[in-house]
Design a protein. Structure first.
Length: 276
C-alpha cells in the first residue's frame, strides 16, 4: 500500500509541563498548530505550573535512547526540536541516535537559564550543550542569558552588544543562529539572525503581556514546524523566511494570549489562536 507524503512529521525531545504551556506539552501544541504530525520523547518529568518549578525528575539516558530508537524505527521524522538537556550522557545519547538516522532539520533551544536568572545546569551540562549538541543542530535559538552562558561572558545589554557577541556564537558551528533579544529593555524585541550568507535583524514590537510562559519553547518548535514544511532542496532564503514566519506566529500567539486566563503566574501563549 502506498502512502502519500503530505503532512510533515516532527519530534520534540523535552521535559514535561503539566500546565501545558511549555516543554513537551507546549511543543506538541505548537507543532500541531502549525500543521505537522507531532511526536515526542520525554527527558524529564517536571512538577511545574505557571508560578514555577517544584521538582525535576530526569529520565535515564538509556530510557531516552529506547524511546528515540523505537520511534525512529517506525516513524519518519522531518524536523526535531531539542529542549533542555542537563547531562553529557543524555547529550551524547541524542547525538548518536540522531546522527544514525538524521532528520532533515534539527533545532536546538539551549535551555540553561531560568527566568529568575538561575543557572539550571552545571558546567558539565553547559559543555555538553556547547560541544555535543550545538554542532549537531541546523538552528540554535539562545536568548541573551543562554548565549552568555554558552560563551562564558556577561549577557549583552544593547543591540550593539548583541552584534558583537554574534561572531563567537557562529564559531560554535551551527549554520543558523537566532539570538533572541527579548531581555533587552525597550519597546521592541529585536532578534538577530546569523545565516551562512550574512546577518540580519528580525524586529518586532514588544507585546504588553505577562503570558510569557513557554515562549522560548514555542519559538523553537515553530521554527522546527516551519522548516519541516520546506522542500528537500530548500535554499537559504527559504530557511530565513521560515524562521521569520515562526517569529511572526509567536508574536500573534502572544498577542492572542490575552484571551486566556490560565493559572496565577505567567500564563502561556495562545498556541491555537487561529482557531479559537
Amino acid at each position: 500500500m502506498s502512502h502519500a507524503v503530505s503532512i510533515p512529521h516532527t519530534l520534540t525531545i523535552a521535559g514535561s509541563d503539566p500546565s501545558g504551556g511549555a516543554g513537551l506539552q507546549g511543543d506538541l501544541k505548537t507543532l500541531s498548530a502549525l500543521g505537522t504530525y507531532a511526536t515526542n520523547v520525554i527527558t524529564a518529568v517536571i512538577a511545574q505550573n505557571t508560578c514555577g518549578v517544584r521538582e525535576v525528575h530526569p529520565v535515564a539516558a538509556e530510557s531516552i535512547r529506547v524511546q528515540l530508537d523505537h520511534l525512529l524505527d517506525d516513524v519518519r521524522i522531518d524536523a526535531v526540536k531539542i529542549g533542555m538537556v542537563a547531562s553529557r550522557e543524555v547529550a551524547e545519547t541524542l547525538r548518536e541516535a540522531l546522527e544514525a538516522r538524521r532528520p532533515r532539520w534539527i533545532v536546538l533551544d539551549p535551555v540553561m537559564v531560568a527566568k529568575s536568572g538561575d543557572i539550571l545546569v552545571d558546567e558539565a551540562g553547559i559543555s555538553a550543550v556547547r560541544d555535543v549538541l550545538v554542532p549537531l543542530a541546523d538552528v540554535i535559538t539562545p536568548n541573551l542569558p543562554e548565549a552568555a552562558v554558552l560563551l562564558g561572558v556577561e549577557p549583552p545589554t544593547s543591540a550593539d552588544a548583541m552584534e558583537a557577541m554574534l561572531p563567537a556564537l557562529k564559531q560554535l558551528s551551527a549554520p543558523y543562529v537566532l539570538l533572541k533579544g527579548g531581555h533587552l529593555d525597550g519597546d521592541s524585541c529585536p532578534d538577530l539572525l546569523a545565516s551562512p550568507g550574512g546577518d540580519r535583524w528580525l524586529p518586532a514590537p514588544r507585546i504588553d503581556t505577562q503570558n510569557l510562559h513557554g515562549t522560548g519553547c514555542a519559538l523553537s518548535s515553530a521554527i522546527a514546524a516551519k522548516l519541516a514544511h520546506l522542500p528537500q532542496d530548500a535554499d537559504e532564503a527559504q530557511v530565513i523566511d521560515a524562521i521569520g514566519d515562526a517569529k511572526r506566529w509567536l508574536h500573534q500567539a502572544l498577542d492572542a494570549s490575552r484571551r486566556l486566563s490560565v493559572g496565577q503566574g505567567r500564563g502561556p501563549v495562545h498556541h491555537f489562536h487561529a482557531w479559537w
